[in-house]
Write a protein that binds this ligand. Structure first.
Ligand SMILES: *[C@@H]1O[C@H](CO)[C@@H](O)[C@H](O)[C@H]1NC(C)=O
Ligand SMILES: *[C@@H]1O[C@H](CO)[C@@H](O)[C@H](O)[C@H]1NC(C)=O
Ligand SMILES: *[C@@H]1O[C@H](CO)[C@@H](O)[C@H](O)[C@H]1NC(C)=O
Ligand SMILES: *[C@@H]1O[C@H](CO)[C@@H](O)[C@H](O)[C@H]1NC(C)=O
Ligand SMILES: *[C@@H]1O[C@H](CO)[C@@H](O)[C@H](O)[C@H]1NC(C)=O
Ligand SMILES: *[C@@H]1O[C@H](CO)[C@@H](O)[C@H](O)[C@H]1NC(C)=O
Ligand SMILES: *[C@@H]1O[C@H](CO)[C@@H](O)[C@H](O)[C@H]1NC(C)=O
Ligand SMILES: *[C@@H]1O[C@H](CO)[C@@H](O)[C@H](O)[C@H]1NC(C)=O
Length: 361
């Protein structure tokens, strides 16, 4: 009798505590399931500083290897330099390598911050890293015995929240958004093109009452659909609305715009290639008058030449639609390799074209 009188209220309290221990309160983003083998991907965080800064300072703080990847994520021109000013509270999207294990995603061993005079873990988390991370998480992941004792010069891994999970079977780019006070799930959802129930479900909260200001919220950003092959070196390129990427050893520029029906749009970049002496042709094999990005009208509707990825030799192209329903027979099979146009392989190209023409006859 005595015990049950105490046990029931205790259980209720414990249960409500467990239920309220949402992902938002711990600052963790769900990624995979506990026990899954580790996975990695690219994720985004939305950083804003209370003080004016520069893109270069942000690049250094987050240990981003190439400034270009910040420019791409923010749709900034390639000519933008490290000196570019960033005004207080301006949000900059930063790509981070995400590593998921045991059901949680965190930035893969980066960034590393060196403790300065007068820093506290709380200041580092909430001010320097703009509340993208909660300070107990820094303490936990760096195995700091006493959170009040950190030393000048000590190096700390800042475990930023991230995820690689698909959303309802679809690839998305996870974005860590720091919640502003007074905002609601509905407003945040509208801003990022999702809905309040998805945000609530993903973050393990039931509604606005559990939305915490100055905490990171996992926002799934829809990515443009692409024709990139799964064996391409950039097979996992996922671009959200209003971003671009330079790929295929600098030869191709792809961009994503919601206004383009969420379809990745690519074309020759006109940049100097890396790893290749010259850029392979972006001519579509199977439709010699078309280059990547071109669309032409045919008897069976518009025919487009899309980028389908690259290998260390070639750039792949694909025609869409890949068959002409009116022509009776099956069209050309989806993907072709457009062949590397350096002089030594040019003869091979000619032979392949000749064979192809013979086959089509
Ligand atoms: C994995 O997560 C579970 C709960 O989600 C926890 O009990 C366990 O200690 C974790 N294991 C490791 C190795 O972190
Ligand atoms: C922002 O500037 C103020 C005033 O100079 C300074 O006290 C504070 O530490 C700065 N914050 C960060 C995150 O550097
Ligand atoms: C989502 O918004 C609708 C309409 O405003 C509201 O009825 C519903 O309770 C909200 N759901 C959540 C999880 O916030
Ligand atoms: C790659 O795509 C091909 C067909 O498009 C498919 O048969 C194959 O299973 C895919 N491979 C992987 C690893 O997804
Ligand atoms: C896509 O980005 C553009 C430019 O930033 C913006 O105007 C538009 O509202 C965004 N659309 C969606 C659905 O996110
Ligand atoms: C938009 O894309 C979808 C497939 O992703 C396609 O079914 C639809 O026809 C497209 N709409 C327009 C207007 O191009
Ligand atoms: C086809 O694409 C090439 C290269 O991107 C471009 O120069 C050309 O103007 C395009 N042609 C048409 C008809 O769109
Ligand atoms: C290029 O591809 C070939 C075979 O496809 C492979 O043997 C070689 O290692 C690759 N080179 C590089 C630098 O990836």
């Amino acid at each position: 009798m005595e015990t049950s009188r105490f046990t029931l209220p205790f259980l209720l309290i414990a249960l409500s505590f467990l239920l309220s221990l949402s992902a938002q309160m711990t600052g963790n983003f769900k990624c995979g399931e506990p026990g899954d083998s580790p996975s990695t991907c690219r994720s985004l965080v939305g950083y804003s500083s209370k003080n004016a800064t520069t893109l270069g300072n942000i690049q250094t703080l987050f240990a981003v290897k190439k400034l270009r990847s910040i420019l791409e994520a923010n749709n900034l021109p390639l000519s933008t330099t490290r000196a570019q000013r960033v005004i207080p509270n301006q949000v900059v999207r930063i790509p981070i390598p995400c590593s998921c294990s045991n059901g949680t995603g965190v930035s893969n061993r980066v960034p590393v911050y060196t403790v300065k005079k007068d820093d506290t873990l709380f200041f580092i988390a909430s001010e320097i890293f703009g509340a993208l991370v909660l300070y107990p998480k820094i303490s936990e992941m760096n195995a700091i015995p006493d959170a009040n004792e950190i030393n000048v010069g000590q190096k700390l891994w800042i475990p930023l929240p991230c995820s690689c999970d698909k959303l309802d079977g679809r690839d998305v780019v996870h974005y860590a958004h720091v919640v502003k006070s007074g905002s609601s799930l509905g407003e945040i959802a509208a801003q990022f093109g999702t809905d309040n129930t998805t945000l609530a479900r993903l973050n393990g909260i039931s509604g606005d009452a559990q939305l915490l200001a100055d905490n990171p919220l996992d926002v799934p950003l829809r990515a443009c659909s692409s024709s990139v092959r799964n064996d391409s070196l950039d097979a996992n390129m996922l671009l959200p609305n209003s971003s671009y990427a330079i790929t295929a050893n600098n030869c191709i520029r792809c961009s994503c715009a919601a206004s383009n029906n969420w379809t990745l749009s690519c074309e020759a970049s006109q940049l100097k290639p890396s790893n290749w002496p010259t850029c392979p042709t972006s001519r579509c094999e199977g439709a010699e008058s078309l280059f990547i990005g071109n669309t032409t009208s045919t008897s069976c509707g518009p025919l487009s030449c899309a980028y389908a990825g690259y290998s260390n030799q070639t750039i792949f192209t694909t025609l869409s639609p890949d068959s002409c329903p009116d022509s009776g027979g099956p069209g050309p099979p989806g993907n072709y390799a457009s062949t590397f146009s350096s002089s030594f392989s040019f003869v091979m190209v000619l032979i392949q074209f000749a064979l192809l023409c013979l086959c089509l006859l």
